[in-house]
Write a protein that binds this ligand. Structure first.
Ligand SMILES: O=C(O)COP(=O)(O)O
Ligand SMILES: [Mg+2]
Length: 235
């Protein structure tokens, strides 16, 4: 973050791969769907790099491992309905919080920062998951992959989150695990911090253009607090 720039007033936080390791839930739901279609289970190692572009792409990619595009198109509607049913039946059962998430959210709140969750997960999956894991009370707004006409990496979800807060993007930091989050945030004019422990489509987090890599959300809270202390001295 640029020294001397305006203080940060809000933080937009990604869900999958940033707050929760949800790959075990994706494994259960995708394999439930695949079983119904007569397909063998796939491993977490195969699933992990597929996560991040929303349910539609994930379901398609999980079928394209075995079938050609025409067959996937023909089965898609039933496959998606099955995937959603399986996902909602196990949502959160196998997912775990990353270290520093709850402490980091509490620290951000103590700094007076306003918090929004922007995920590519469908909103019908995201809301019960955040509630189950004790994360919902921290967020003023939650936007899913189907909350806007376009998903991350488009700027639209980040711009929508800033508009909902009525805060200019230049006073907002987005934190995520993937190039999706960073591209969306940069296109909107927000700062970007990345975490190194998530999915990033199977690519090293160091390849992402960002304002820094943080170890955890708690580390991010410390960085933002230090930035704001400097900004208040220079403004
Ligand atoms: O594609 C998904 O479902 C997950 O997306 P997220 O990393 O934006 O939370
Ligand atoms: Mg993510």
């Amino acid at each position: 973050m640029r020294a001397g720039s305006a203080g940060i007033r809000a933080v937009i936080i990604d869900l999958d791969g940033t707050m929760l390791d949800t790959v075990p839930d994706f494994e259960a739901a995708l394999n439930g769907m695949r079983h119904d279609l007569g397909l063998a289970p796939i491993s977490q190692a195969i699933i992990k790099p597929l996560v991040g572009k929303g349910s539609e792409k994930l379901v398609r990619d999980a079928l394209l491992l075995d079938w050609d595009a025409a067959r996937v198109d023909a089965a898609y509607t039933d496959a998606m309905a099955g995937y959603q049913r399986h996902y909602l039946a196990i949502n959160g059962d196998r997912s775990t919080l990353y270290d520093g998430v709850l402490d980091g959210l509490a620290a951000m709140q103590a700094l007076g920062l306003r918090l929004v969750c922007v995920t590519n997960k469908p909103i019908a999956f995201a809301l019960p998951l955040l509630a189950q894991k004790g994360l919902a009370p921290y967020f003023e707004h939650v936007f899913g992959g189907d909350s806007f006409a376009k998903k991350k990496p488009d700027a639209m979800p980040m711009l929508g989150a800033c508009a909902a807060l009525d805060i200019p993007p230049a006073q907002v930091v987005a934190i995520g695990d993937s190039s999706n989050d960073a591209e969306s945030a940069r296109a909107a004019g927000c700062f970007v911090l990345t975490v190194p422990y998530g999915y990033n489509h199977g690519r090293p987090v160091q390849e992402i253009q960002s304002d820094g890599i943080v170890d955890s959300l708690l580390d991010a809270a410390r960085r933002i607090g230090a930035h704001n202390a400097t900004a208040s001295l220079t403004n």
